[in-house]
Design a protein around this ligand. Structure first.
Ligand SMILES: [Fe+2]
Ligand SMILES: [Fe+2]
Length: 475
């Protein structure tokens, strides 16, 4: 059951042919998805032959098959990781019971909400990134963008399968609505804030894939623990694809930083104006972009105290990151966790029941992961001899959700009067002038092996091919 049948209209490893009603319903959704892709997928790319990775099986050696594909013909399909024999729920109040293969009635509304919220982020990011192909810094980067886009499309398929298979009529309605909301639309926006922000340039794209796809990793890791087995198996396979998205962001930012440091050394200057004149992105601008994308991504984890998060955990729907590897009773009735609150105008720690703080627990796991990314970039900077460093802003900086939304905090963690904060915001967040400068560098460089001047080439190509391989053939 793990090899994927590509002869059918919808490639799958879930025996779709054995459920004609479900198959018909998904085949009705499919043309609407393709219409959405043609309208909202990568701009002007429909005739390109792109060297893409497609899963041929969900075994470890089967999900990285590469070939040229025209993206609208990409075989989006439904792939679940194999069933683990006798899987049991390993956290929450149902601990020890058999994992569910069907949706338990009492948890139906919450599960649907979890799946719809995750599903909504997938097409949203494709919409946010749809113009970036026009300003790719290289053919190699263009191919990576398209790889991410088709895989986010497949992640939408993954969530839509669960909705169609397990939620009947309202599941089908939710699946339609996933194709109707639009990132940034005033009347019908995507569900979560960060997915309505613009991703107008490649620095924003690398920040997005580094930080916001990393939020995706942590959400998926928490759902991969779910007592609802089809959700756990779906998200486990999605995580294999997510790793590449974060690689693109992480490596992309490393290459931007590398190039900037090289020019800093050549010109022996840290002066942003001189570096900009030389056509590279000065590190303070990189830092401001980082501050923005990191802080809006932190908000995706939700309020620091949340009764929904407690319910999702107690019900066995959503675990913690690496739940199975953690110590403790996995019920959390007697554990506490430290969150931040504002007391007399200062940030102060406060202990609350861990069950209510699970959004914060996951956010802190994300913070640790993000920190190691910044340390990696700083080691790269250090190797060039440049003394400047990048940093993660304080987690209370620029927040819009939870307790911390009520305070104005500097990147160093100092609580400020709102007017003071506003007056300094241009030091901390990208200004219109920063964005205009970065936009001015964005030109289309797509000859094999050539790279825009603001970014260093990667160390290696894709799938063992050289950097100057023809990753995209323009039709
Ligand atoms: Fe995704
Ligand atoms: Fe992703």
């Amino acid at each position: 059951m793990t090899s994927i049948d590509y002869a059918t209209r919808i490639p799958n490893n879930v025996d779709l042919a054995g459920d004609r009603t479900l198959q018909r319903a998904l085949e009705q959704w499919q043309p609407n998805f393709v219409d959405w892709w043609r309208d909202m997928g990568p701009d002007g790319s429909h005739n390109f032959d792109v060297y893409l990775r497609t899963a041929t099986s969900v075994e470890s050696d089967g999900w990285a098959h590469f070939d040229y594909v025209k993206m609208p013909d990409y075989r989006w399909g439904i792939f679940l990781a194999p069933v683990a024999a006798e899987r049991r729920i390993h956290f929450g109040d149902h601990l020890g019971e058999d994992a569910w293969q069907e949706v338990p009635g009492e948890h139906r509304a919450n599960l649907r909400r979890i799946i719809v919220t995750q599903g909504d982020t997938e097409p949203a990011s494709v919409e946010q990134q749809r113009h970036l192909g026009l300003t790719a810094p290289s053919m190699y980067d263009l191919r990576n963008l398209f790889q991410i886009n088709v895989e986010e499309g497949r992640h939408l398929w993954a969530m839509v399968y669960l909705l169609h298979r397990h939620f009947g009529r309202d599941g089908r309605e939710e699946a339609e609505a996933l194709l109707q909301r639009r990132s940034g639309d005033a009347d019908n926006p995507r569900i979560l804030g960060a997915f309505n922000e613009r991703t107008p340039d490649w620095l924003a794209f690398f920040m997005f894939t580094h930080f916001t796809d990393r939020d995706g990793k942590f959400q998926l890791k928490a759902l991969a623990e779910s007592g609802f087995d089809p959700l756990a198996r779906t998200t486990r396979f999605m995580l294999t694809e997510e790793a590449h998205h974060m690689f693109v962001g992480d490596a992309g930012l490393s290459r931007v930083i590398q190039r900037t440091c090289e020019v800093m050394n050549e010109l022996r200057t840290e002066d942003p104006a001189r570096l900009r004149a030389a056509g590279v992105i000065d590190l303070p601008t990189v830092q401001r972009y980082l501050n923005f994308h990191y802080s809006v991504t932190l908000d995706l984890f939700g309020a620091d105290e949340s009764s929904n998060a407690a319910t999702f955990y107690a019900s066995g729907l959503k675990g913690r990151f690496d739940e199975a590897k953690r110590e403790g009773d996995h019920r959390l009735h007697s554990e506490t966790y430290e969150i931040l609150e504002v007391k007399d105008g200062r940030l102060a720690p406060r202990r609350v029941p861990m069950l209510n703080a699970l959004n914060e627990v996951l956010r802190d796991d994300f913070v640790r992961d993000s920190l190691s990314g910044v340390e990696r970039w700083n080691r790269r900077v250090e190797k060039t001899g440049v003394t400047a460093r990048l940093m993660l802003p304080h987690k209370a900086f620029n927040r819009r959700i939870g307790t911390l939304a009520s305070v104005s905090v500097s990147p160093e963690g100092e609580v400020l009067a709102r007017e003071k904060w506003e007056a300094r915001a241009h030091e901390w967040l990208p200004s219109d002038a920063d964005r205009a400068f970065v936009a001015s560098l964005m030109g289309r460089v797509v000859e094999p092996g050539r790279f825009a001047g603001w970014i260093a080439p990667p160390a290696t190509g894709i799938d063992g091919h050289p950097i100057d391989f023809e990753y995209v053939r323009f039709g």
